[in-house]
Design a protein around this ligand. Structure first.
Ligand code: NAP
Length: 430
């Protein structure tokens, strides 16, 4: 039996979905008795070459051709952004259609409303592709790990920044040159701010945390710092001290209180996340029963993302055969977990500062570290031009409030020209 799908958008991801649905149609039909067919595709320009051949599919610029077509049971959204994607998805759900979306911005910002609408209308909304491209993250957190209390999520969940930091490390180039390479290769957009300022990773962390910690999470709950201030010098010093720098998204459930952050972080070279390079993504999950798990793979791209979207379509087709709806909102309003800043959480910290290159200056700086209760684990000192020295210190563990106060006191020392960079260091295991 034919099962009609409406596709909203046919760009990078949508075109991959068209070819993969066609490729797997026989298998799905053999498995379920339903043959998925993409009936109509909404685009802005029907004449554009999309690098995919259309056989049964009809291109349209009229949303109603999909949203008002009673024959269409599944709507797949690959337009991106908030509007008109949100309006179309809500309309589809309210018309009793199941929805698959790859739209992280929409799920991160309006997930609760969309999921509640799906529950109210007894339809499913699946969004595996919204985080981590091909890597199954949403499904495992929602289904396979549901017997666990998840306490930790640590991830490299933005491919663009990971590519930039990897290039800065392997080719010893500065941030601007690595960003240019990312743009030339199509990894970074013309306006790359959402990626490099950490917003994209923060949105994905919102989605993952709301599922893993079973609570509603908002974007403003995440402390976000991007990678613009990371220099080639930081990358080199980190390397000398035994670390690599990654944009790390961290979500923790401290017995009912959450902390959520995205920030450049030093990771010991022996940590599995240190080896996640180029545009790859990875998520490290700790569950009370499962222990530590790591998911790794391609976080974006036409076919990796289509793999996740079409996986959701096939799951829906299977469920339709069984008469089963999967949209539990995974958000329990009665147990809303507060998101807090835990000033007493301890990390090792990396400090890079420039100071006068004169006898006694380092001793004075070291004294301030001592007085602040921050003992030094690693110290690197290099002479730079015009009478200045660059001093890099990795401390033993101190609280985040102490680290912040220390940075302020260092900046106030007359011998210190500037505190250039402060980053936390991720531990291997706690
Ligand atoms: N690209 C990736 O690797 C990746 C990875 C994971 C998740 N995602 C998510 O997947 C979604 C799609 O990304 P993409 O990279 O495939 O985007 P894209 O290449 O820009 O494609 C967007 C498509 O939507 C259509 N469209 C845009 N505005 C429209 C409107 N107002 N009415 C009708 N059609 C409209 C465009 O039509 P025209 O072609 O006619 O202009 C285009 O076909 C986004 O939510 C993104 O975050 C992407």
């Amino acid at each position: 039996m034919k099962l009609s799908i409406g596709l909203l958008g046919c760009g990078t991801v949508g075109a991959g979905v068209v070819s993969l649905v066609r490729k797997r149609a026989d298998k799905v039909e053999a498995m379920t008795g339903f043959r998925p067919i993409i009936k109509s595709i909404l685009v802005r320009d029907t004449d554009k070459d999309r690098g995919v051949e259309f056989v049964d599919e009809r291109l349209t610029t009229v949303p109603a051709d999909i949203l008002d077509d009673d024959d269409i049971q599944i709507v797949v959204e690959t337009i991106g952004g908030i509007e008109p994607a949100k309006t179309y998805i809500l309309k589809a759900l309210m018309s009793g259609k199941h929805v698959v979306t790859a739209n992280k911005d929409l799920i991160a910002l309006h997930g609760p409303e969309i999921l509640r609408t799906a529950v109210e209308h007894e339809v499913s909304v699946l969004y595996e592709a919204a985080v981590g491209g091909a890597i199954p993250l949403v499904g495992p957190l929602k289904e396979n790990l549901t017997a666990n209390e998840v306490t930790d999520l640590k991830g490299i969940i933005n491919g663009t920044t990971n590519f930039i930091l990897s290039e800065m490390t392997s080719k010893r180039i500065d941030f601007e040159a690595a960003l240019q390479m990312a743009q030339d290769l199509g990894y970074a957009e013309a306006d790359p701010s959402s990626d490099i300022d950490g917003l994209d990773a923060a949105r994905k962390l919102v989605i993952l945390s709301s599922i893993a910690f079973e609570t509603e999470v908002h974007l403003q709950d995440v402390q976000v710092e991007g990678i613009r201030k990371v220099t080639a010098t930081d990358v080199r010093y980190a390397e000398e001290a035994g670390y690599v720098i990654k944009l790390l998204a961290v979500g923790r459930d401290h017995g009912g209180e959450l902390t959520l952050s995205v920030r450049p972080t030093l990771i010991p070279r022996s940590h599995p996340l240190a080896h996640v390079s180029d545009a790859y993504n990875a998520l490290y999950v700790r569950g009370d029963a499962a222990g530590d798990l790591m998911f790794f793979g391609r976080g974006a791209g036409r076919m990796p993302t289509a793999s996740a979207v079409v996986g959701d379509i096939i799951a829906l087709v299977r469920n339709l055969r069984l008469g089963y709806v999967t949209s539990s909102p995974n958000i329990s309003e009665s147990v809303r977990k507060p998101v807090v800043e835990r000033e007493d959480d301890c990390y090792k910290y990396y400090f890079r500062l420039t100071a006068l290159d004169q006898p006694g200056v380092f001793a004075h700086i070291a004294q301030l570290y001592g007085e602040s209760g921050a003992s030094m684990e690693t110290v690197l000192q290099k002479r730079v031009e015009s009478g200045r020295a660059e001093i890099v210190v990795v401390t033993h563990e101190i609280s985040s409030s102490r680290a912040r106060l220390l940075a302020e006191k260092l900046a106030d020392l007359p011998e210190v020209h500037e505190v250039n960079m402060v980053m936390p260091v991720e531990s291997i295991a706690e």
